[in-house]
Design a protein around this ligand. Structure first.
Ligand code: ATP
Length: 574
């Protein structure tokens, strides 16, 4: 039959989960609005992420601007290299991601990492065609297209800025201040949930690839020499792993194992990455991802940034395709070093030794002005060359003269003139640039997966029914309340129940239109776990009771009004 995605996208629009934005003006690709149900579901997922990755892990959450000045992205490398490969159709003029065209039509699974000329060759060799109109793409030039949205800060164009393509940079650039809030103690983590912007060449599959989306990121700063994760907390978590080695063979398989065993056997290379995979897996399950359609896939070496020691993606299966939900990367000191280099600010933490250490330090005379012009170059350059040499090669000062390289020429300086000396010094510690472990989650794709994996069709009383089997913890509406008929007494009693439940913190939908069966179907389709119906028994009885219907089984029970809020709240809280 029809793929679930098509039915889901239709349901999402009809019931207020999500729909394309600015529809009155024809809409524009890659922008979606979350309707009332979608905004509530997304909010619940974000809250659950915050509870797990910020609060329960003891990490700090920040909220940085979405526009940042150009130097930030010069340092991060986005200006230079945050590109996708673009190919334009000569016939219909549509632009496509060249690596997607190559990937979809050939055996290439890692086209993103191929150099442009090779992509052009593959397009020609396999006679690949435009995904929109079918015209041949052979011979079309493939070019690099930067995905950042550019803007100007203030009037004029003297201060270019960019909409951030990831939330991470907002954390990295504030490291010199954030480390103070962490009292200069590693390890510590900083999270952020917020919008990111990428001018995707061909946004597709509704909210799976958009131009504005929400990320939830954690940057965890560690001392690479002394910090280790507490793997005991996650070692028994069962995971489905698809390592690079398995992807490279024809009959490669997903390995079912535990985090502990995977680290021991070296399947997961980095223990920090392993730790966060272990935290993430049960969390994904708790928000409603089907664990039979979930795996962690290791990046192939070509997919990985050169500084990333190990990198895994969380993936979910959608209509037979695997999509990336999150990336887990060990990023070394790359980001902080780059910002230190470009900004001149301090991106280090002081590592205090257990006991002060005595070290020997070689120095030279800081004043070489007496050398005179015959040595060429300025005295300051001579000093820094000598200092660098004294730091790394003291033997160079053992003869009569020391040789240094000055503007491409070798110069000899009499050793006694350098003022070379070795001094003892007591130091309490040293400045280290922390390494970064980054779990980076996409929220929109997760919301999509949760809905897709919750989508069910069955038959109730001979009628077809669609419902969403959402976990009560994230369901946007928790309970529907209906008066059985249009009757002032029933409505008054229902109103009272609505007030009670809302006061207890539950999200309630009151519905008095249409027959009761239709009202149940409506709530089933938005995934409301419970419906409460107020009928004549409710108002006639002494011990007031209502009918409570459960979404998945459609089973009905009578519950006393007095204990309703308490019972439902307990279920909501799991
Ligand atoms: P892709 O290869 O699919 O373009 P990516 O590898 O560039 O994604 P990352 O930079 O690792 O993605 O971003 C982290 C997360 O942000 C992704 O796992 C994904 O969930 C989400 N994400 C990235 N791009 C988009 C997008 N255009 N729309 C929705 N979510 C996105």
């Amino acid at each position: 039959g029809e793929p679930t995605s098509e039915k889901l996208v239709e349901l999402a629009k009809r019931r207020g989960y999500f729909f394309q934005s600015s529809g009155s003006y024809g809409g524009v690709g890659g922008f979606y609005t979350f309707g009332p149900q979608g905004a509530a579901l997304k909010g619940n997922v974000e809250d659950a992420w915050r509870d797990r990755f910020a609060v329960a892990e003891g990490n700090m959450e920040i909220d940085a601007p979405t526009i940042m000045p150009e130097p930030v992205f010069e340092a991060s490398g986005h200006l230079e290299g945050f590109d996708d490969m673009l190919v334009e159709c000569p016939d219909c003029g549509e632009s496509h991601r060249a690596d997607h065209v190559v990937e979809d039509d050939t055996e290439y699974e890692d086209a993103e990492s191929l150099p442009i000329p090779e992509v052009e060759e593959v397009i020609a060799e396999y006679e690949l065609v435009c995904p929109s109109c079918g015209a041949g793409l052979a011979g079309q030039a493939v070019e690099a297209f930067n995905l950042m949205f550019a803007t100007n800060i203030g009037p004029g164009d003297s201060q270019p800025g960019y909409l951030r393509p990831e939330t991470a940079q907002g954390i990295f650039v504030e490291f010199p201040r954030l480390k103070e809030y962490a009292r200069n103690q590693l390890p510590f983590g900083v999270t952020q949930i917020g919008r990111a912007y990428r001018n995707e060449i061909s946004p597709r599959r509704s909210i799976i690839r958009t131009r504005e989306f929400t990320q939830a990121e954690l940057e965890y700063f560690v001392d690479p020499e002394t910090d280790e994760p507490d793997l005991e907390r996650v070692e028994n978590v069962e995971v489905a792993l698809y390592p690079a080695s398995e992807q490279q063979t024809d009959d490669g398989e997903v390995i079912e194992t535990t985090v502990g065993a995977a680290v021991e056997e070296g399947v997961i290379g980095d223990p920090w990455v392993a730790y966060f995979l272990g935290v993430a897996k049960p969390w994904y399950e708790s928000v409603g991802v089907d664990m039979d359609r979930f795996r962690f896939r290791q990046h192939l070496s070509g997919e990985r940034a050169h500084y990333a020691a190990d990198c895994w993606d969380a993936e979910s299966e959608i209509d037979g395709n695997w999509i990336e939900l999150a990336g887990f990367a060990y990023r070394s000191d790359y980001d902080l070093s780059k910002h230190a280099e470009h900004s001149g600010d301090r991106f280090t933490v002081f590592r205090q030794y257990d006991e002060p250490k005595t070290v020997e330090r070689a120095t030279v005379d800081p004043d070489m002005s007496y050398l005179g012009p015959e040595f060429g170059g300025d005295a300051q350059t001579v000093v820094s060359e000598l200092e660098a040499l004294a730091g790394r090669d003291r033997a160079a000062f053992e003869g009569d003269a020391v040789e240094i390289d000055l503007e491409g020429e070798t110069r000899e300086i009499p050793v006694e003139k350098t003022g070379f000396a070795v001094e003892e010094e007591t130091i309490a510690g040293e400045h280290v640039t922390p390494h970064v472990v980054e779990p980076s989650f996409g929220v929109d794709r997760l919301v999509y997966t949760v809905l897709h994996h919750a989508y069910r069709e069955d038959e109730v009383d001979g009628e077809e029914r669609t419902y969403l089997e959402l976990p009560p913890e994230v369901a946007p509406t928790f309970v529907g309340v209906f008066p059985l008929q249009n009757d002032a007494d029933l409505e008054a009693q229902a109103d009272e129940i609505v007030d009670d439940l809302r006061e207890a913190g539950l999200s309630v939908s009151y519905d008095d239109s249409g027959n009761i069966g239709r009202r149940y179907r409506r709530q089933d389709e938005v995934g409301t776990p419970f419906c409460v119906t107020v009928d004549y028994e409710t108002i006639e009885e002494d011990q007031t009771t209502v009918t409570v219907r459960e979404r998945d089984t459609t089973a009905q029970k009578r519950l006393s009004v007095d204990e309703l809020a308490e019972t439902l709240t307990a279920i909501r809280e799991g």
